[in-house]
Every structure is written in C-alpha cells, then in structure tokens.
Design a protein around this ligand. Structure first.
Ligand code: BYC
Length: 335
C-alpha cells in the first residue's frame, strides 16, 4: 500500500461535506497521491482512487486481452479431433483449457474495476470491444498449431512479461500466472514444429508453410507503429505499458531469428538482416493496411469467430442458469 494510501482510498469520509470546493480539493489531493504512487512504482489496488480515464483504459485493455484468450481457443480447438497422436491431442486439449483459464483470470481482473463479465461479453458479442487481430486467421494444417505455439504465444509472452509490472495490481498479478503457462505453450509449439521440420519432406514443407503464413500477423499483434499508436504515450505514463509497441516487436524479432535457424525454417522476410550498429535485426515493412482491415472486421475469419462465440454463449446459458440456481439453493441452506 502506498504511503499516501489514506488519500488514495476512494469515496467520501464519514461526515465529509459534499461541498463542491471541498470535493474538488479532495480530488486534487487524490490525483497527487495517485501520481506519486505510480511514480514510486507502487501498485494501484481496486479500492484506491484512480482517474476515470485510467480505469477506462484498463477496462479496454484487460477486456480486449480476456476476449483474445477465449476467442484464441477457436483456431486451436479446430485441430483437437485431428491431432496426429493421443499425446499431441492431450497436450492441445490442456493448452486450450489453459486459454479458458487465462480468460477467467482476466475477466476477474476487469471485474475489480467495477464492470461485470456479462457487460464485457455483451460488448464482445456486439462488436463494441475488440480481440487480438491474430485470431482472425485460419488454422489450415496441423503445423499451424505448432506455429501458433511458437510465434503467437511467443509474441504474447514478449508483450505480457512487462505487464507483470503493470501499475494496476490485479492485472499485474494475473499476468504472472498467465506468463508461466504461456511460456510452456511456447515451448510445446517449438517442439512440435521441430518434430515436423525434422520429419518427412512433406512435414517440413507443412511447417515452413505455417511459419510463412503466421509470421507477419504475429508481428502485427504488438499493435500499430508507435507514431500511430493512440494510447501508448498515456499508458506508458501510467505504467500500464512499460515499453512501446515497436520496442516489443523488435525484441520479438531478435528472439525469433536464431530460433528459426535452430528449427531449420526460414522467416518469410528477405530484408531480415543483423544490424551491427543498432545491435538488432532489421526487418521489412509490415502491411499495416492488412492490420487495419482485419480490425475493421474484414479478416479471413472475423465473422466465423464471432458467430461461433455467440453460439457458444447461447448454448451455455443453461449451465450459467444451473450454476446460479445451485448457488442460490446452497446460499439458502447455509443461511
Ligand atoms: N489486435 O494505441 P494502441 C494471446 C487496437 S492473447 C486488435 O497501440 P494499446 C493468446 C487498440 O485496441 C493476445 N486491436 O493500443 C491467446 C486500439 O484500438 P481502440 C492478446 C489492436 O492498447 C490464446 C488501436 O488499435 N494480448 O496471446 O496501447 C492463445 C490503437 O492501438 C491490436 C493482449 O491483449 C491488435 N493486435 O496497445 C494463444 C495484451 N493492437 O481500442 C495466445 C494486452 C492494437 O482505441 N494488450 N489494437 O479502438 C496490450 O498490450 C495492448 O493493448 C496492445 C495495443 C499492445 C495490444
């Protein structure tokens, strides 16, 4: 808790006059305490006072993140029934289940900001909130499951490890567990791709084709370039984000190039080259028109993903009702 905790706690003190001047002085004090806590790298907790825009930004980002986790189950679940062995099937089922768990941690984190899960899901289903662009691409072959693990989970970890130090406590803590699981996912994707790459010629080609299709969309996951990122500057001041989109994208490229070499696969970018002066790999231009188009709903699978999500929600209504009835009955019995 911050040294200035007393000022940060939300609400009016008992007996405090609701006079406009007194109230605006109190808000200024709370704002100062909030700024000091962020500057001192302390965590902001649900009961602490926070600016409305900080709360709204967190709800937007955490909701988008939670939605990505549960929509991300779809392209992978597509291959559960066709996994090439019982071992691969068991691993994939566990991974898809983990993504549902990540969604739950994140919806819970968003609920601490005073917004209900129903409201967030309603906004997802009606297109008022987004999910990650990456999940609007299809999983065409078994190798796509490996490519998602290696590249998509790899990009997710690169983005999410700094979020473990996010200024908002519940989000930061949820990220710690998510990152541990994501790093396991990344390794299993790498191992699965390696097996294909070292397999028959056809398997090697399948792995290469998957990497060719997932590479550029994975780079887009980090969001638009810094000069087009509307939220980055403010989110970095609030220490919600610790690094800019371009910084994290570069970090990811630097990690992937040697990994691709070890896999015996190539990355589909003729401009990839080590730049001694920068100490980083240079890479070619990203097709941002494609990114914005996918965000507008025109990606290959946008309609399919949201239709399937709405259907799953409707078909699961009886489970939610049964759980609520059980909780009410149990509550009565306890009383
Ligand atoms: N996709 O100002 P910017 C996973 C939007 S789950 C869609 O840079 P910000 C996994 C952005 O919302 C991966 N939209 O935004 C799951 C904004 O639009 P609005 C999900 C995007 O928030 C299952 C506009 O573009 N990870 O890995 O500062 C299986 C301007 O952008 C995207 C997270 O959600 C995108 N890629 O930065 C396997 C991580 N990028 O809202 C794996 C948490 C940008 O103004 N989120 N937009 O209409 C973040 O770190 C940040 O929100 C972002 C974007 C870096 C993604």
């Amino acid at each position: 808790m911050a040294t200035a905790a007393a000022h940060r706690t939300a609400g009016t003190e008992p007996g405090e006059a609701a006079h406009p001047a007194a109230s605006s002085a109190r808000t200024a004090e709370q704002q100062t305490a909030f700024d000091e806590a962020v500057a001192a790298d302390e965590r902001i907790e649900p009961r602490d006072w926070m600016p409305d825009a900080y709360r709204a930004t967190l709800v937007r980002q955490i909701a988008q993140h939670a939605h990505s986790e549960i929509i991300g189950m779809q392209p992978e679940a597509n291959w559960i029934t066709r996994a090439p062995s019982l071992r691969r099937k068991a691993i994939l089922m566990a991974k898809v289940q983990d993504e549902a768990g990540h969604g739950l941690y994140l919806y819970s984190a968003a609920e601490t900001l005073g917004t209900s899960r129903e409201e967030l899901l309603d906004k997802l289903h009606s297109g008022r909130q987004k999910y990650s662009s990456i999940f609007n691409y299809p999983t065409l072959t078994w190798a796509d499951v490996g490519a998602i693990g290696w590249l998509v989970d790899g990009a997710a970890i690169t983005n999410q490890v700094p979020l473990c130090r996010c200024s908002y406590g519940p989000y930061a803590r949820a990220m710690v567990r998510v990152c541990k699981e994501e790093s396991f996912h990344q390794r299993q994707g790498y191992e699965s791709l390696l097996a294909l790459s070292r397999g028959t010629e056809a398997q090697h080609e399948m792995a290469q084709d998957a990497v060719d299709r997932w590479w550029w969309p994975s780079l887009m996951m980090f969001g638009p370039p810094d000069d087009e990122s509307s939220h980055s500057e403010q989110s970095m001041t609030w220490k919600i984000k610790r690094h800019s989109n371009d910084e994290l994208r570069q970090r990811f490229v630097d990690i992937c190039v040697p990994q691709a070499e070890s896999l015996g696969l190539t990355l589909p970018d003729p401009d990839l080259a080590w730049n001694e002066a920068r100490g980083h790999y240079d890479f070619g231009p990203i097709d941002w028109t494609e990114f914005w188009d996918v965000l507008k709903g025109n990606g290959p699978c946008n309609d399919q993903r949201i239709t399937q999500r709405r259907r799953a929600h409707e078909e699961g209504a009886w489970v939610r009702e049964a759980a609520a009835a059980h909780a009410a009955k149990h509550g009565k019995a306890t009383a």
